[in-house]
Design a binder for this molecule. Structure first.
Ligand code: FAD
Ligand code: NAD
Length: 475
């Protein structure tokens, strides 16, 4: 007899596991099906984010930043260190321990919330049934009955014919988190979020890094002024970012990778010890439903959903990287929780206009809301306030004064329309602007809010004052 649940979630990444927890909190009998097998060969919860994404990349960014600081960042503080060493396998082992602790934590949360973790690949059948093919080939498949199904199967790296993944030399983002030594020459195809985060990790550890980006613009989704400043900072750090560069072929041998690319000046050849391919991700929607299930997707395979993540079929929802919008863990988690609430009959709200984006480089880049370019295109009048970290006492004390804050407000109503930061702790600072936007605050609201001194957040205060031309610490 098949098991029956109020909710069956397929996928236990940040979108799916949060949906499962919220559904269970609301008293719904919940199962979560996931097929992930970790590098130790064991089933693991947490999806891309915890296993091979957000968490391991931030662990390595942190370790590599300490090493880089020790070598290059502390001299100004009057601190010198001799015989600074690096143990890459130990750095990777620390990262692995954080991953296993956190994925183990989700297992505990499932237990505490009485969620059934069903290990294997899920496939949606008609009549709100989910067929599960267990990971072990010798085990029979089972069918779960559901009141509602939440599809949360996430995404995987895009591969390109010009640079096929070859575990030794050409790796994707997962392989880039597992290098056992620092490559002397590292190539990265794609100067997007993954490219610059993981390129930074290995640059800080000593690699010569060249990033090849097909587009002519750097970080086209960011505000152009912030993207220009970020590019300037990264180039200063020695990241060689080549824009308008189209990779045409690669050839991996036992020792190296030969790569050719084209730009406006013609054909170029490069040799690398390792090559990371980071050219975007695509949704895991293939074979996710039986042929007679009529679920609508777009041409790239994203499941079509409305503002509240309802698919085109009743009681079937889809969340996270599998659907439209930015591929971000916090976006997926919010959608997961909201869908669980909708299934439980609650009213809920999802504000896609205030999803923050963060890039964890040094300096960090963070933004929320509209860019200047968005507003120009929409014909909306705006006012801007900017403030450089060079004029912020705390940033100077930290010796991290590169970058700026930019606040954009509606010219008529003064309502904050966007916030953009490149600088120290931008990932944390952006939360103030997100909250202000959620509360429909004006720049005057931030300008009238007392910020502690000396803090980095005073730069937000000054940028808000600058919207009205009255920044206090800027000539
Ligand atoms: P996923 O996390 O991809 O999880 C999907 C789950 O579904 C997986 O466990 C998979 O095994 C399972 N699954 C798939 N198909 C099936 C099936 N048929 N049956 C059963 N199970 C299935 N985002 C941020 O917000 N901040 C960051 O700092 C950040 N850093 C990143 C760094 C890297 C290197 C990468 C690759 C990504 C990063 N991301 C970051 C993006 C983030 O990881 C994703 O947006 C997030 O994981 C999406 O969550 P999800 O639950 O939709 O999907
Ligand atoms: P991305 O879309 O950020 O960047 C991919 C880049 O590769 C783009 O700039 C694109 O123009 C370029 N590109 C595509 N094809 C190319 C080619 N053939 N040659 C050269 N360049 C090419 O994607 P990503 O960096 O792979 O990251 C995937 C997703 O994961 C992103 O959507 C991001 O939201 C998410 N992510 C988020 C974080 C974070 O929040 N800090 C970190 C990592 C990843």
């Amino acid at each position: 007899m098949s098991k029956s649940y109020d909710v069956v979630v397929i996928g236990a990444g940040p979108a799916g596991y949060v949906a499962a927890i919220r559904a269970a909190q609301l008293g719904l009998k919940t199962a979560c099906v996931d097929r992930w097998i970790n590098k130790q060969g064991e089933p693991a919860l947490g999806g891309t984010c915890l296993n091979v994404g957000c968490i391991p990349s931030k662990a390595l960014l942190e370790s590599s930043e300490h090493y880089h600081e020790l070598l290059h960042g502390l001299g100004e503080h009057g601190i010198s260190a001799k015989s600074v060493g690096i143990d890459v396998p130990k750095m990777i082992a620390r990262k692995d321990k954080i991953v296993s602790d956190l994925t183990g934590g989700i297992k505990q949360l499932f237990k505490a919330n009485k969620i059934d973790w069903v290990q294997g690949a899920g496939r949606l059948l008609t009549g709100k049934q989910v067929e599960v093919t267990p990971n072990g080939a010798d085990q029979p498949s089972e069918t779960l009955e559901a009141g509602a199904v939440i599809l949360a199967t996430g995404s995987r790296p895009v591969d390109i014919p010009a640079a096929r993944i070859n575990r030794d030399r050409i790796v994707d983002s997962t392989g880039a988190l597992e290098l056992t030594e620092v490559p002397k020459r590292l190539g990265v195809i794609g100067a997007g979020v993954i490219g610059i985060e993981l390129g930074s990790v290995w640059r800080r550890l000593g690699s010569e890094v060249i990033l090849l980006e097909a587009q002519d613009d750097f970080l086209p989704l960011a505000d152009a002024q912030i993207a220009r400043e970020s590019l300037r900072q990264f180039k200063k750090q020695g990241l060689d970012i080549r824009l308008g560069a189209r990779v045409t072929s690669t050839k991996a041998t036992a020792k190296q990778v030969a790569l050719t690319y084209q730009d406006k000046n013609g054909d170029h050849k490069l040799i690398f010890d390792k090559l990371i391919v980071a050219v975007g991700r695509r949704p895991n929607s293939d074979n996710l439903w039986a042929p007679d299930v009529e679920l609508l997707t777009d041409e790239s395979g994203f499941v079509h959903v409305d503002d509240q993540c309802r698919s085109t079929l009743p009681d079937i929802y889809a969340v996270g990287d599998l659907v439209r919008g930015p591929m971000l863990a916090h976006k997926g988690s919010e959608e997961g929780a909201a869908v669980a609430e909708i299934i439980a009959g609650q009213a809920t709200e999802l504000n896609h206009d205030t999803i923050p984006s963060v890039i964890y480089t040094a300096p960090e880049i963070a933004w929320v809301g509209k860019t200047e370019e968005d507003l120009k295109a929409a014909g909306i009048d705006y006012r801007i306030g900017t403030f450089p970290f060079a004029a912020n006492g705390r940033a100077r004390a930290m010796e991290q004064a590169a970058g700026m804050v930019k606040i954009i407000a509606d010219a008529k109503t003064d309502r904050i329309l966007g916030g953009h930061i490149v600088g120290p702790m931008a990932s944390e600072l952006i939360a103030e602007i997100v909250l202000a936007m959620e509360f429909r605050a004006s720049s005057e609201d931030i300008a009238r809010t007392i910020h502690a001194h000396p803090t980095l957040s005073e730069s937000l205060h000054e940028a808000a004052l600058a919207v009205d031309g009255r920044a206090l610490h800027r000539a």
